[in-house]
Design a protein around this ligand. Structure first.
Ligand code: XMP
Length: 250
């Protein structure tokens, strides 16, 4: 098990929380964004098991300030996922993975549709060298995901399958640290849960603002729920994260 995976498990156990806090905060200046992100992280830190940072934050702050935020998270005892959904060819993916890992990130999301050989193999290699994590997308949370992840395809043996079923089977061969399946489709979570190893963590974004239910996703088989706006747009991120954590623990 990677260090990333065991750190999320440890933080989840210690804080009795399955919530991953997504930080996609919008502020007019770099300084305000840094201060707001750090404030939200500190307020919510007792109620979440991991943080997730996305590309908008990296573009606005730059990798070196983002790296300072990652260090702050580590001081709070929490790992950080970079939600970069890596999706280029292997040598470019490798460059990006190294930059993110050097900035301190503990795990990266990757676009499974890119495939392994000459695509994601380099990213998995870089993550294993450093004991970090890889989280492939198996089904995204938005409506249009039906057009790709949800389409019917012919698998190698000629049978008709759903793309997400084929992807879930494929990533089992990759020594990964969890997968991403949107919380907006509990029936997909249920099917994927039966395909992957029983202990593979399923990370599910898409609750509350995108319409998914925390409890329905948990009951369908999600392990961790990714929550962004419902916490960071709240006037009281501490209280809101505590309330959401409780919904999942009762
Ligand atoms: P909200 O504000 O809707 O934020 O709670 C959700 C967060 O999750 C990310 N997101 C996804 N990430 N696969 C992913 O890897 C998905 O299907 C997906 N849907 C949403 C989004 O970028 C935001 O940070």
């Amino acid at each position: 098990m990677s260090r990333f995976r065991s750190e999320v498990e440890k933080a989840s156990r210690e804080r009795c929380s399955r919530i991953v806090l997504a930080l996609d905060i919008l502020e007019p200046s770099k300084d305000r964004l840094y201060e707001k992100a750090l404030w939200v992280m500190r307020e919510a830190s007792e109620n979440v098991c991991c943080f997730k940072i996305g590309i908008p934050t990296v573009l606005k702050l730059g990798l070196s300030d983002v790296s300072r935020l990652v260090e702050e998270a580590h001081d709070m005892g929490l790992p950080v996922i970079m939600d970069c959904k890596l999706g280029d060819v292997g040598h470019v993916n490798r460059m990006m993975a190294i930059l993110y890992f050097e900035a301190g990130f503990d795990a990266l999301t990757v676009n499974t549709l890119v495939g392994f050989e000459g695509g994601l193999d380099s990213v998995i290699e870089e993550s294993k060298k450093r004991d970090r994590g890889i989280l492939p997308l198996v089904y995204m949370s938005h409506k249009g995901a039906e057009e790709t992840f949800g389409q019917t395809v012919l698998s190698k043996d000629g049978t008709a399958r759903k793309m997400y079923e084929v992807l879930a089977e494929r990533v089992k061969l990759w020594d990964i640290d969890g997968i991403v399946v949107g919380a907006t489709r509990p029936e997909v979570i249920r099917q994927v849960r039966d395909i992957v190893e029983p202990d593979t963590p399923i990370y599910s974004p898409g609750v509350i603002f995108q319409g998914g239910s925390l409890r329905d996703a948990l009951e369908a088989g999600s392990t961790y729920l990714i929550v962004g706006r419902a916490i960071y747009l709240s006037e009281n991120p501490r209280g809101e994260s505590a309330r959401l954590k409780k919904i999942l623990s009762t």
